[in-house]
Design a protein around this ligand. Structure first.
Ligand code: SF4
Length: 100
């Protein structure tokens, strides 16, 4: 992965903030995942916000699990290795949508 424009590695940055080209590939991959397996936009954003406040995030990669958090966070069944965010069920997502 490339470095940020000022040639410094970017702690607590998502791929989106580090490399437009890499982000485009990541989004293309995410688009091919069955929608039923993915969380809602609200849950996705909440997960990414938590990751952005985490010391384990480094240039879009979680150093605890080795995943791109923008990919790990999109899947309902996934959870943070430190349980900062959890897996969600369809019922969880429906309840969240009703409360929004
Ligand atoms: S998945 Fe968990 S440990 Fe990894 S960056 Fe996100 S909040 Fe931190």
């Amino acid at each position: 992965m490339s470095q940020s424009p000022n040639n410094r590695f970017c702690k607590r940055c998502l791929v989106e903030e580090v490399s437009a080209e890499h982000y485009k590939h990541l989004q293309s991959y995410i688009a091919k995942i069955d929608d039923e397996l993915k969380v809602t936009d609200i849950t996705y954003q909440a997960r990414l916000d938590i990751c952005k406040g985490c010391d384990h995030l480094h240039e879009g990669l979680c150093r605890a699990c080795g995943c791109y958090v923008e990919l790990r966070g999109i899947m309902k069944r996934n959870r943070c290795p430190y349980k900062k965010w959890l897996a969600v069920s369809d019922q969880d997502e429906q309840a969240l949508a009703l409360s929004a």
